[in-house]
Design a protein around this ligand. Structure first.
Ligand SMILES: [Mg+2]
Length: 324
């Protein structure tokens, strides 16, 4: 009997720990369990940690947890953390939180586990991950990995998408508070606001190794299938096919942007695809995009706004291992 207990303790001691990062600012402030009151911030983060630690402990898996104070300091924090002997890095957060860990996860070749508690969770939806914390943890414990492509631009990374022009302005205009309250609708409101106030943007770019350049007022590079929530522009888009979808709008007319938004909604709600009838919208599969000139600086990576202009956008194939 004593030998069996000692063996059990030793087995647990031999298990490599999972490192869990929790973003207390992610999501709508939803409760961990249905009967709990909604909480926000640190209380919510502690609820998540307790719940996830208990779930992993049930399967004899140890966890070391950390609360991320700010996404902007996550990379520096992770660089100081000893991850040499960990099983994987787990992130309880949304797409922004995942984006903030990508540089270190790729540099240290860590396996990534996603517990989707963000407000949109595009990457998790694309991977088909369960949206419940319990099921997402069980999925990680099962240990099945998918190897996905990651976009890179000037030593920064994106898992789902990169947007320039209108798309970046919408991300910049979407208030965090409204995003937590309204979710996807907050982006819709920001999109209409930007449309009403925005000056026309001109982006000059080059595809792959071509010599000639092209111009657009909207440029989106998608690695994931979903654009916003479960709104989708191109079904061909895949996380592990070695290419990205380049979606451009050459017209700068405001009415064309309204048509673009209408096309997105029609496709999501009625499954009617009118993108092919909108001649100024082009969808192409590419491997590399170079931005030559951008009239108004600013872009976004996985809905995280950046002030500068991107230069060379490439794809690193199957370089990130995610539990799914
Ligand atoms: Mg792809």
């Amino acid at each position: 009997m004593l030998i069996a207990i000692a063996h059990g303790i030793l087995t647990q001691m031999e298990q490599k720990p999972y490192i869990l990062l929790v973003n207390p600012k992610a999501g709508y402030g939803k409760s961990v369990l249905p009967f709990m009151n909604k909480t926000t911030g640190q209380d919510q983060a502690h609820q998540y940690i307790q719940h996830i630690t208990d779930l992993f402990a049930y399967y004899g898996k140890p966890i070391k947890s950390h609360i991320i104070s700010r996404k902007s300091t996550t990379e520096a924090f992770l660089n100081t953390l000893n991850t040499d002997n960990c099983e994987a890095l787990l992130v309880a957060g949304g797409d922004g939180t995942i984006h903030s860990v990508l540089p270190v996860v790729l540099k240290k070749s860590l396996k990534l586990g996603i517990i989707p508690v963000g407000s949109v969770n595009i990457l998790a939806k694309d991977l088909g991950l369960p949206m419940s914390i319990k099921e997402a943890c069980e999925c990680i414990i099962k240990g099945h990995l998918k190897h996905i492509d990651i976009g890179s631009v000037d030593k920064q990374y994106f898992a789902s998408m990169l947007g320039i022009g209108f798309d970046a302005s919408v991300i910049q205009a979407t208030k965090d508070r409204l995003k937590k309250r309204l979710g996807l609708l907050a982006y819709g409101i920001a999109a209409l606001k930007v449309l009403m106030s925005r000056k026309s943007q001109e982006i000059e770019y080059k595809i792959n190794q071509r010599k000639h350049s092209e111009k657009a007022s909207f440029l989106l590079i998608q690695n994931s299938k979903y654009y916003s929530g479960k709104l989708c522009i191109s079904e061909r888009s895949s996380l592990d096919d070695g290419t990205v979808e380049l979606i451009t709008i050459s017209s700068s007319k405001k009415s064309y942007y309204l048509l673009f938004m209408l096309a997105l909604i029609l496709k999501a709600v009625l499954k009617v695809d009118i993108f092919s009838y909108l001649s100024a919208i082009q969808v192409r599969q590419v491997k590399k995009v170079t931005i030559i000139k951008q009239a108004i600086p600013g872009f976004h990576l996985d809905a995280e706004y950046k002030k500068e202009s991107p230069k060379s956008i490439k794809l690193q194939t199957k370089c990130l291992s995610i539990f799914c």
